[in-house]
Design a protein. Sequence first.
Length: 277
Amino acid sequence: MHVQAKFSNNLNIFEYSIVIRKIFYLGPPGSFSQEAAEIFGSDLVPVRSISEIFHKISVTGDYGIVPIENSIEGPVNETLDGLFRHEDIYIVDHVEIPIEIFLASNCDTENIRRIYSHPHAIAEAGDYLERTENIEVIRTSSTSEAAKLASMDEAGAALCSMKAAQHYGLANTVKIESKSRNITRFILIGRERNVEGSRHIILCVIPDRPGSLHSLIGVLASRGINMNMIYSRPLRDTIWKYYFYIEFSGKLDEDLLLTMGKQSLRILYKGSFKCCR
Ligand SMILES: O=C(O)C(=O)C[C@]1(C(=O)O)C=C[C@@H](O)C=C1
C-alpha cells in the first residue's frame, strides 16, 4: 500500500511518500488485529503483545497495527501508553473493524468449564458471561491465543472470531456478540506521521493546577473544533500525575498546535487520519 501526505512547517511535520513493508500485529494468526492488518499489506508478522509491536517498530522502522478503541469496552490503554512512550512512532492510517464474537469449542456448550479470551473480548461479551455459572474465565494475550488454548482443552472454549475458530479447528460455534454495535478502531503505526485527514490525535502533559485542562481544551472550543475523545493516563515516572490523550476533528494548522503547546508542559502531535463519522 502507498501512503502519501503533504504538509510542511517548523513543527517537524514533513512531506513523505512511503510503501508499507512488514506489518507486525498481535498474534497468533486468527486475531482481529490480523484482519485489520490484511487491509494494509500482506507481509504480516505475528508478535505476542501490543508493547512488542511498538518495540519492533522502533528497532526495525517497519509498521504495526494496534487496536486503539472498542465501541463497547473503550480505549486500549497499552496502545495509548505506547504512543506516549514512543515519541518516534506515529499514526499512519486508521481502520474500523466490526467485531463478531463466537463462543467456540470442541465440546457441547453445556460441557464447557473454561472460557479463554482477551480481556477486551471478555468485557465485550460481558452480557453473555454474566448469565453463565461454574465456568472459569481465563484471560489470554489475544482472541486467537484463546482459540489455540481452547483447541487443546476438551472442556475449554474461546471467545474469538469465526476465522480463529476455523483456524484452530473448533467445530462448535455459537455467535454471542453481534457486529452491529461492536466495532474496534485500529491504527497503522510507523515512524512517519500522516498529516492528512480531519481527525487528529495529540497527547499533552499540562500543569497540575486549577483550570489548566479548561484552558487547553478552550483553544479547541474558541475555534469551533469538536473534541471527540479525551482520556487521562498515568505518567508512570511521576506518581499521581497524568497525560491526556485527545482526539479532535476539524482544521489543524501550526497555529492551533502552537497555541495548545503554550497551555502544555509537553505536547505530542501523533498524526491525523480520515474518519468515517
Ligand atoms: O485479540 C484480538 O483478536 C485482538 O486483535 C485484540 C482486540 C483488542 O485489544 O481490543 C481487538 C479487537 C477485539 O475488540 C478484541 C481484542
